[in-house]
Design a binder for this molecule. Structure first.
Ligand code: SAM
Ligand code: SF4
Ligand code: SF4
Length: 346
């Protein structure tokens, strides 16, 4: 430390084993969801008798906020709340308010399926949520209902998005998972609909997360194909990354009509710039979306470990991190045990 650096600055976590810093944290606030998206929580696995976490095993708001503060002290600048479906967590605006008050946190955002957004957009905004991502896989209501697999109507989600814009969340990110033979005909209509200053559209390559969605390579629509399809109808100009390590390849409509991006985690893995940590709703700390297991922070929290002790443990776990699953993806990695997306929230 230089002689002029303030002595009170907490030390950031050291970079991981591949030189990647700790910058983003995804906090899952529930493992429950009211949708059964076929690529994430297939009904035959997440059926009526599925054992979700009991309340006692889920981190309280106080525990979540404490961990968040420690991660921010270790260098995290961005927190994304996720799930399961995060809006199902009761009283969520109270957690948002607690997180929004953490000194040093620069970006607080949330990913939702939008089903409860019409009622919650304003309270979340008032509580200090800065940005919002809403998942919409299709504008064809039949396809939308089939993909969420609980017959949830598209209109309710579109109402939620409109409420979020009214509440001041603009531009809103829209996530579309593109799956071969399921919603590829929606790629261009989505680009036309979610254009303009209110939206940033993100196409996500279908990923082999978890072990339940029967992922096949053939079901992935490569990012290059997505861009080619759109470019035939809407001329696009590539945009530079907003920051080092940004996961989306970005473009804008030539006529200035809006931004789109593709997240090519299968065809163009971005592990080299991966600065994300993830905490599941039960307090397991994961250093990769495809990890088979996490590290139990809840036991340490509830066992009475000090903030300093927790910070040291997290730093040490980050420092030895070697994950780069997407770069190593092969037929052999497919059958490895992996945490489910609905635990880690993407
Ligand atoms: N329930 C919320 C939602 O759907 O927005 C938040 C959690 S969800 C797991 C986060 C994101 O992961 C969503 O945008 C969803 O579409 C995406 N996702 C889920 N399973 C996926 C898969 N197999 N491949 C790619 N993206 C996936
Ligand atoms: Fe639920 Fe989101 Fe998974 Fe769909 S993608 S099942 S909305 S957690
Ligand atoms: Fe990060 Fe793991 Fe995804 Fe690679 S595979 S980008 S290390 S989460």
């Amino acid at each position: 430390m230089s002689a002029f650096a303030p002595a009170t600055l907490p030390p950031s976590a050291p970079p991981d084993a591949l030189g990647r810093r700790l910058h983003d944290l995804r906090l899952s606030v529930t493992d429950r969801c009211n949708f059964r998206c076929t690529y994430c929580m297939p009904k035959e696995v997440f059926g009526r008798d599925h054992a979700f976490l009991p309340k006692s095993e889920i981190l309280s708001f106080e525990e979540l906020a404490r961990l968040a503060r420690i991660f921010v002290d270790l260098g995290v600048e961005k927190i994304r709340l996720t799930g399961g479906e995060p809006l199902l967590r009761r009283d969520l605006p109270r957690l948002v308010e607690m997180l929004a008050n953490i000194d040093g946190l620069k970006d607080l955002t949330l990913t939702t399926n939008g089903s409860a957004l019409a009622a919650l957009a304003k309270p979340l905004r008032d509580a200090g949520l800065q940005r919002l991502t809403v998942s919409v896989d299709s504008l064809d209501s039949e396809v939308f209902r089939a993909m969420n697999d609980v017959d949830f109507p598209l209109e309710r989600v579109l109402e939620g998005i409109a409420a979020a814009i009214d509440a001041g969340f603009g531009p809103i990110k829209i996530n579309m998972v593109a799956k071969r033979g399921v919603n590829e005909h929606q790629i261009v209509p989505m680009a036309k609909h979610f254009s303009g200053a209110d939206y940033i559209l993100r196409y996500i390559e279908y990923m082999d997360v978890g072990n339940t969605n029967h992922w096949r390579h053939d079901d992935v629509i490569p990012a290059s194909e997505i861009i080619a399809l759109i470019s035939r109808e809407i001329p696009l100009i590539p945009l530079p990354p907003n920051y080092a390590g940004e996961v989306a390849n970005r473009f804008r409509h030539v006529d200035g009509g809006g931004e789109i991006g593709v997240i090519a985690s299968v065809t163009q893995p971005f592990c080299k710039g991966c600065t994300r940590a993830r905490i599941a709703a039960d307090g397991q700390f994961y250093t990769c979306l495809f990890a088979s297991s996490g590290h139990d922070l809840r036991a340490l929290l509830r066992g009475g470990l000090s903030d300093e002790g927790l910070a040291k443990t997290i730093s040490a776990l980050w420092h030895v991190r070697e994950d780069r699953y997407s770069e190593l993806r092969s037929d052999a990695t497919l059958s490895l045990p992996k945490a489910e997306m609905s635990r880690l929230g993407g």
